[in-house]
Design a binder for this molecule. Structure first.
Ligand SMILES: [Zn+2]
Ligand SMILES: [Zn+2]
Length: 134
């Protein structure tokens, strides 16, 4: 079954007719800015498998160093995909709908993670919100 994804406002949608590869989370300072988060959550996709379904006209690309860029919805700001030299290279896992049948396989650049980030080990995890403190 195809993997689908969309931005926060739902105008930009894509479909992937294949598998995701090399799901990773990068904790470097550049990814923190690019993903507005503690780290990236990103997986590689084969360009031939990737198709925009709607809203491609709303995409804006920001190309950084080395020709690698990110594409985001200029209506809601969600970052959807990574592009290398104009070709889709991968997707942000946060915009995937449902279960894409892959788990993060590696945390990279942990040595330059944000001072405030605590990576899960030993930290309580909750399926929903934590219980209210009495
Ligand atoms: Zn959007
Ligand atoms: Zn990074």
């Amino acid at each position: 079954m195809a993997i689908t994804g969309e931005c926060f406002c739902g105008e930009v949608k894509y479909r992937i007719d294949g598998k995701l590869h090399d799901a990773r989370s990068c904790h470097c300072s550049r990814c923190r800015k690019a993903f507005s988060s503690q780290a990236s959550a990103y997986a590689v996709v084969e360009a031939k498998d990737f198709h925009w379904v709607s809203g491609e006209n709303l995409l804006t690309s920001y190309v950084g160093d080395h020709g690698f860029g990110l594409q985001f919805c200029n209506k809601c700001g969600s970052t959807l995909s990574g592009v290398y030299k104009g070709v889709v290279h991968g997707i942000t896992l946060g915009c995937v709908n449902g279960d894409p049948d892959i788990k993060l396989g590696r945390h990279i650049y942990v040595g330059s993670k944000a001072s405030w980030e605590v990576i899960a080990e030993g930290v309580p995890q909750y399926d929903k919100a934590p219980p209210e403190k009495a």
